[in-house]
Ligand binder design. Sequence first.
Ligand code: FA5
Length: 349
Amino acid sequence: MSDLIRALETLEETALGSLDGASDVDSLERWRLLVLGRRGSLAETLKGLGTLTADQRPKAGQVANRVKASLEASFAVRLETIQKEVRRLELGAERLDVTLPASPRPRGSLHPVTKIRREIEGAFARLGFTSVEGPEVEWDQYNFTMLNIPPDHPARDIQDSFYIDGGSGTGGEMLLRTQTSPVQIRTMLAHKPPIRIIAPGRTYRNEATDASHEAMFTQVEGLCVDRNVTMADLRGTLTAVTRVLFGPDREIRFRCGYFPFVEPGAEVDMTCHVCNGRGCRVCKRTGWIELGGAGMVHPKVLANVGIDPSVYSGWAFGCGLERFAMLRYGIDDIRLFYDNDLRFLRQFS
Ligand code: FA5
C-alpha cells in the first residue's frame, strides 16, 4: 500500500513541477489530459487501488482524493493566471490613442444648380412665397391643355415632348413635363387664392443640345393669385429677387413675349451684372440678360381651375436655373452641369 501512496505523492510532485512549465492555454490543456485525463497518469496510478485489501483502501483512497483535489485546484489557479495574462496582452495590443488625428473622410458638396435653387427659394421665402413641387411625369392636360394650349396648338411644337409609351388616362397622354407651369394648375386646383408659390424642378425637352440647351434642365415657376394683383407686382417681385441674387443695382425690363397661358406675356431681362448695363461679352454687348418668361395669368386658365377671373387676377413667371447658375458662376457651357466631372463639381465645394 505504501508503494501506491508514494507513487501518488511522486505523481503530485512531478505534475505540479511540470504545471509551471505550461505557459499558454494549449500547453495547459495538454497537461490536463496527461495528468487528469481519463487515460492520464493519475487514472493510471489509481488502477493500483484495485490490488489493495479492503482495510488498506480507505487510507489509500484518502491520499488519492487529496492528490486529485490538489492537482485540480492548482490547474484552476494556473488556468486563471494564463487567461488573465492573455487578456492583458490583448488589451495592450488594442490600445487606442484618442489623441491621434482622425483619418480624413471625403466630403461631398452641393451641386451648383442646387445652390442657386436654395438661394432663390430663400429670396422668395422672405417675400412670403412657399416652395412646392410637382411630378416630373405629367398629364398632357396639366402640361398643355389647361394652360390654354389645346392639342392642335402650334405652341406644342416649340416644346418637343418626350411622351410615355402606353401612358394615357383621364388626364390625356403622359409625358415628361416640358415646363414647371403645370404646377400652376395643380396648385390652383388644390388651393383657393390668395396663392403665392414658387415651384422649382426638372423639366425635359426633346431637343438637340448645345452650349445653352440641354434635354433635361431645371426651371423655377412663380405664381401669385389674389384680388388686384397687377403687372407692377410682378415687376417689383422680380426686381427684389434679382437684386438679392445678382446685386443691388439690377434693373428689370419686360419685352413683349407670347405664352398661351399669360396675357399680356413678356420676356424678362435684367441689366447685365458683369458690366452693369454698359455692354460686354457676357450680355453680348446689349447690356441686358434674358431671365425667362412671365405675364398675367390668362383669364381662361383661371376659369379652367375654377377661379373667377372677374374677381381675381394673377401673375406667373418661369426661368431656367442652369442659365442662372451659368451667369452666377461664369460657366459657358450648360452641358458641364450633368457630365458629373468631379473636376468641375469640386469647384463649388
Ligand atoms: C416656358 O417654359 C414657360 N413655361 C415660362 C413661363 C412661365 C412663361 C410662366 C410665362 C409664365 P420657355 O420655353 O421660354 O418658357 O423656357 C423658360 C426658360 O427655361 C428659358 O428662359 C430658359 O432659361 C430655360 N430653358 C428653356 N429651354 C431650355 C433648354 N433646352 N435648356 C436649358 N434651359 C432652357
